[in-house]
Each structure stands twice: as structure tokens, then as C-alpha cells.
Design a protein around this ligand. Structure first.
Ligand code: ARG
Length: 657
């Protein structure tokens, strides 16, 4: 078992004053109480049942019922033949709140056990977080090595909207797991060897347009060659597919299809020649590759996404024959021939095998993935590998993981000892609810999409739109002079472009990350650029607004942090904000349990709402003395946590909007 799943909370520091979460602390208390309950003979609880029961301790939805609530009395009562309420009383008797929680008194409803954090403990935890560069979030006690395989575009094929999801989700997970203290290795498994090269090679030989680029790579920017390759790819795909409706819309493709009726077969032959080491195709591939890679790097760097490695499929080519031989020799895997091809029979004779070599000798996507897995095990020795890939590849990963399990018997690398996870995601849909396409029916190019997002963000700035509170109420300001960010200070053109880039990119990323990853989502610029509701712009504005207070008040934040030795949480708004701030670590832990970044976006949105309620109800800059410092300290921590939270999602912030 790894840190994922129900065990994620344990092994952490249980003291919220040392970076543990209150939830860990309360779960630890319940665990001790349940152990005592079992030892006392009230109800027998097997050690392996404990984690599941303790995980039932959750944040309460309504503060009137305390801050955390345990529901296990109901299930345990059934086993012991007691009334749930009586079982709850037995548990409460054994619960020791220590100096973190108010002593629980009696169960609520059918047997809920509710606990409330002591105000002094909460205040001390806030001060500890204020002084902590990690804002009160301790690293996991048992860090793991986690490989995250994401991005993975097929080179020389233009990147499209579908590539956003893997890139954005994978990058957010990498940042979050790294922040949690894991050793994260990111690898961009580029498709740099696939059948698309057959199309490009065929196109290069039959219909390239030399006037669109120059053969001298140093003379012109790389974009011209890659643009020509992308044009060839699109054109040849139509010629090879020879679909009448597509050809009807494209006279150039139609003319080529008439002239070369056998293109489909010839394209396959070009790929096969490349794979067999044909010198001409190999040389062309080597000529194209640096340009293709530079083009991909350019787009990823525009997205502020970087990788530790981008080994790509071609890297594993020399290993494929050896892997097939090894899988055939390994009796536990039992790869064997069937009608000329070689496959692994995972589901018995009737189910389709996992093919690792075609009858014509060609290796497949599966063969490369097996070689990749073996290489990663040998070189990186990971505890976990996450594959952030479209859910439509589910069957491939099921077969890959099943094979890995059988293959674990080898002694040089223990493939069965690694946790393999397909972090699957749904499709990006257009506003018509169908897969997102351009009017002409092509997939939407990624670059054009990013440009449009940035351009629209820029237009929005000019229109002078202003965010409203999340609930749409007009804002009641405790102190209207605090709104440093609201005066819409003049920006020069360069600054405006910078802000538009951050807001536009942020909107696209956040819209994706705030969806439950497994569902399809509708791509809508109008929705994602809205300044109200759970959007990047709203969150970015919240940061600018919180932090604007410090410039407005001329306050040195570092000095404020240093000098703050206590905070006062006497109003419900201050207490609620403080408690929410202390849940940052819980939100990050919950992201990791199921690899869902939307858990973090939802929590950040809640935090922004909590802050709004605090700010609307209470004066900050106009407060006085210790009260002012205490509220400013809460503002400082809110700003830092919102900013860090967005950063962990790969989303930038600005000082002014
Ligand atoms: N290039 C693949 C595609 O576009 C994605 C690669 C995913 N990673 C992997 N190890 N299979 O479908």
C-alpha cells in the first residue's frame, strides 16, 4: 500500500502546530478510542478495519455541528447489537481531545460524534503557519518516488485541444505531489516514432512545397518547417483516408487522391521503412526531429509546463526486440505466437490477447509501453507511476498493468512492486455537446486556442469588467478604502499584455482543472473568462484584492509575520477563516488520494468565499492595535495560500487586474 487510497493520512505529523492537520489529529484520537473500545470488549475491531473506520471522520458541512464529525458509531453499533447512540457514548467516553479539541459531550442525531477545535489551539496553529514558509503544511512522512507520464503529444502532428487535459492535469499533479514532499519525476512520453511519420515522409516525397520554408535550417525560424510538416500531415491524412466528403471540401487533397490512389498502403510502407532503418527515411526523421521538438518545447513553455525528461517512443526502439524475447521466455507471462503475431493471453484463449508484435514484425504502442516500464523500473525505481492519459485508452492500460503484474517475477526489477495508475480523463466538448471541432470539422489547434484565450482576456480588461462577490450580492465593505486593487490603476501596454497572458492561460487551465477529470467537459470561453463564480479570473482577482491591502496600508508583510505572536479569533468570521486556512494540507492530501485537482480548486474557491465574508463584515486597515495586526495576519496567510494554491495548479497571479 502506498500513500494513495485510505492510508494517505497516516504517517503524518499529528500535531497541527508542527504542520500536521487537525483532521489527522482528530483521526488519531478516534483511532486510539476505537482501539480502547475493542480492548475493553465493547466491540471487536480487527486492526485492518481501523483505517476504514477512522477515515469516516470528516469535516462537517455546517459549523453549528462542530468542525469534524465521526460517523462510525452507526456501523459499529450494528455489529455489537447496541443502539447507535449508546455506541457513540461508549466512543466519546474513550475520546481524549487533548489540548486541541473541546471535550466532546454527547452524540448528535442518531450517533454523530462532533468535535470542535479549541480556539487557542486554532490561534496557535495559525501563528505557526504564518511563520512557516510552507504555510503550515508538513511534507509527508514517507515520501515516495512517483513518475508522472503526461503530455505525450505525437510530434509533427499539430497539438490540439485534447492535449490540454493531459498537460494541465499532469502538471498540476506533479506540482502538488512535489509540494507534498514526494520525489516526482515527470516524463513526456512523446509519440515520435508512430505512423504519423509515414504520412509526413510520404508527403515530403510527393507534395512538399519548398517555397514555404528554406532547406537551410539556420536561415529561417523553425516554425516554417514544422508548419509545412503539419500541413503535409493534414493533407496526406485526407489523401490516405480518401473519404469522399473530406475530399469534396479539399480540392488539393482530391487531386492528389486521384493521382495516387494507393496512398494508404504507401504511407504504411514509409513507416515500416523508417522502423527497419531505411537510410533515407531515417535521415529525414533525424532532420525533422529537432524542429518538431523545438516546436513542442515552445508550446509547453508558453503553458509554463516543463518536464524532467522527454524520452519519447523512439528512445525505446532498440529495446523492443529484447523485451518481446524476454516476455516469450518468461513462463509467468507466456507471450506466444498466434497467427503470426505475438501476444499475451491475459483473459484466456477467448479474450483478445495483448499484442506485442504484429505478423509483419512491427512492434506496437504496447511494446513500447512495456519497454518504457521496464526502463523506468531499472533506472528510476519508482513506487508509483501515473499515466495521465485519455480515458479512451483504458483497455490499453488495463492490459499493460495486467502484463506488468505477471512480469514482476524477473529479479532485476520488480515490476509487480510498483503501483500503476491510469489517471484517466474525459473528452473536451464544444458548446454543442459534441467533441470540440472547428467549423470545418478539424480538431481545434492548441495554439490558436491559447491565442484566443489571451486575446479575449485582453479585451475583457479594456471593457473594464470587475468581479463581483461569488454570490452576486453587492459588496458591503467594512472599509472601502482598502480596495487597492479596485481603483483599476493605469497599466502600460506591456503590463496589459502580461496580465492578459496570465489571465487567459489561467482561464483555460482552471476551467479544465476545476472539472471532475473523468467527465467530459464543455469548452466555453465565455464561461471560463467570467469574473464571478469558480473561475481563474475570480481567484486571481481575489489574490490581487487580498494582497492589495498591504500596498494600500504601506505594510511590511515580512515584519508583520515576524512580529505576530498571537491572533484573535473572537468573531465567527475570523474563526471560520482561520479554520479554512488550516485545511490547506487536508485539501492537498485529498487531491492525492484520487488524483483529482478539482478538489483543490473547489477548496480554494471556498477559501476565497470565507475571506469575502470576513472582509465584508470586519474592518481591517481601519481596525486598531492588536486587532488590526491579527486581521492583517489572517489576510497575509490567505493571500499566500491562495497564491500558492494557484501556483500548484500551474496558474499565475498578478498584482493588479
Ligand atoms: N502519445 C500518446 C497519445 O497521443 C500518449 C502517450 C501516453 N503515455 C504512455 N506511456 N502511453 O495517445
Amino acid at each position: 500500500m502506498t500513500a494513495a487510497g485510505g492510508d494517505a493520512g497516516r504517517g503524518l505529523v499529528h500535531d497541527p502546530l508542527r504542520g500536521g492537520t487537525f483532521r489527522d489529529a482528530v483521526r488519531g484520537m478516534f483511532q486510539a478510542a476505537l482501539e480502547r473500545l475493542s480492548a475493553d470488549g465493547v466491540v471487536r475491531i480487527a486492526a485492518e478495519d481501523l483505517p476504514g473506520l477512522v477515515d469516516q471522520v470528516r469535516e462537517t458541512a455546517d459549523p453549528k455541528f462542530g468542525d469534524y464529525s465521526g460517523t462510525m458509531a452507526m456501523a459499529l453499533a450494528k455489529r455489537a447489537g447496541l443502539k447507535p447512540r449508546d455506541m457513540a457514548i461508549e466512543i466519546i467516553r474513550r475520546l481524549d481531545g487533548g489540548d486541541l479539541f473541546e471535550p466532546p459531550t454527547e452524540p448528535v442525531g442518531p450517533g454523530f460524534i462532533n468535535l470542535r477545535v479549541r480556539e487557542d489551539a486554532l490561534a496557535r496553529a495559525v501563528v505557526a503557519a504564518l511563520h512557516d514558509p510552507r504555510m503550515g503544511v508538513a511534507p509527508v512522512a514517507e515520501p515516495e518516488t512517483v513518475v508522472i507520464d503526461f503530455g505525450g503529444p505525437n510530434v509533427a502532428k499539430p497539438m490540439h485541444v485534447g492535449h490540454i487535459r493531459s498537460t494541465v492535469i499532469g502538471d498540476a499533479l506533479a506540482r502538488i505531489l512535489r509540494f507534498r514532499g514526494h520525489r516526482v519525476i515527470t516524463d513526456n512520453h512523446l509519440g515520435d516514432w508512430g505512423t504519423q511519420f509515414g504520412m509526413i515522409l510520404w508527403g515530403w516525397k510527393h507534395c512538399r512545397d519548398d517555397s514555404r520554408f528554406t532547406a537551410d535550417p539556420s536561415a529561417k525560424p523553425t516554425a516554417e518547417l514544422t508548419a509545412e510538416l503539419a500541413r503535409l500531415y493534414r493533407l496526406v491524412r485526407k489523401v490516405a483516408d480518401a473519404k469522399p466528403e473530406e475530399l469534396a471540401r479539399d480540392p488539393e487533397a482530391a487531386a492528389l487522391a486521384a493521382r495516387y490512389p494507393d496512398t494508404g498502403r504507401e504511407v504504411l510502407a514509409e513507416t515500416a521503412k523508417l522502423h527497419e532503418g531505411d537510410p533515407e527515411n531515417r535521415a529525414l526523421w533525424e532532420q525533422f526531429m529537432p524542429f518538431c521538438r523545438a516546436e513542442i518545447d515552445r508550446i509547453f513553455s508558453r503553458l509554463h509546463v516543463s518536464f524532467d525528461h522527454a524520452l519519447g517512443e523512439s528512445f525505446y526502439q532498440p529495446m523492443l526486440a529484447g523485451v518481446v524475447a524476454e516476455l516469450m521466455a518468461d513462463p509467468a507471462v507466456g507471450a506466444r505466437e498466434s497467427r503470426g503475431a505475438i501476444g499475451i493471453f491475459l483473459g484466456g484463449e477467448d479474450a483478445p490477447p495483448f499484442l506485442i508484435r504484429k505478423a509483419d514484425g512491427a512492434f506496437l504502442y504496447s511494446t513500447t509501453d512495456l519497454a518504457t516500464l521496464k526502463w523506468r523500473m531499472e533506472h528510476w525505481k519508482p513506487d508509483r507511476i501515473l499515466y495521465v492519459v485519455d480515458s479512451r485508452q483504458g483497455p490499453h492500460f488495463e492490459q499493460l498493468f495486467a502484463t506488468a503484474k505477471l512480469w514482476g517475477c524477473g529479479d532485476r526489477h520488480r515490476i509487480d512492486g510498483v503501483e500503476l495508475v491510469h489517471v484517466a480523463f474525459g473528452t473536451v466538448l464544444g458548446e454543442d455537446g459534441k467533441p470540440f471541432k472547428t467549423r470545418a470539422g478539424d480538431t481545434v489547434g492548441l495554439e490558436a486556442l491559447l491565442d484566443e484565450g489571451v486575446e479575449r482576456a485582453g479585451r475583457m480588461q479594456h471593457a473594464g469588467d470587475k468581479p463581483q462577490p461569488a454570490d452576486g450580492r453587492p459588496q458591503h465593505d467594512g472599509d472601502t478604502t482598502q480596495h487597492a486593487a479596485e481603483g483599476r490603476p493605469a497599466m502600460d501596454a506591456a503590463e496589459q499584455r502580461h496580465v492578459a497572458e496570465i489571465v487567459g492561460m489561467g482561464a483555460i487551465k482552471y476551467a479544465d482543472l476545476s472539472q471532475n477529470r473523468t467527465t467530459d467537459y464543455v469548452f466555453s470561453f465565455d464561461k471560463m473568462l467570467q469574473l464571478t463564480g469558480n473561475t481563474a479570473a475570480y481567484m486571481q482577482y481575489a489574490v490581487a484584492r487580498v494582497e492589495g491591502i498591504f500596498s494600500k496600508g504601506g505594510i511590511d508583510r515580512a515584519a508583520l509575520r515576524q512580529s505576530t505572536q498571537g491572533v484573535s479569533l473572537s468573531t465567527p468570521q475570523e474563526r471560520a477563516l482561520a479554520l479554512e486556512l488550516m485545511r490547506f494540507g487536508e485539501a492537498l492530501e485529498d487531491v492525492e488520494i484520487d488524483y483529482r485537482p478539482n478538489v483543490l480548486t473547489a477548496w480554494l474557491y471556498e477559501l476565497a468565499g470565507c475571506y469575502s465574508s470576513f472582509y465584508d463584515a470586519l474592518p481591517v486597515l481601519k481596525a486598531e492595535g492588536a486587532e488590526r495586526d491579527s486581521r492583517l495576519a489572517l489576510c497575509d496567510l490567505t493571500g499566500r495560500i491562495l497564491r500558492e494554491g494557484l501556483e500548484l495548479l500551474g496558474i499565475g497571479t498578478v498584482e493588479k487586474m
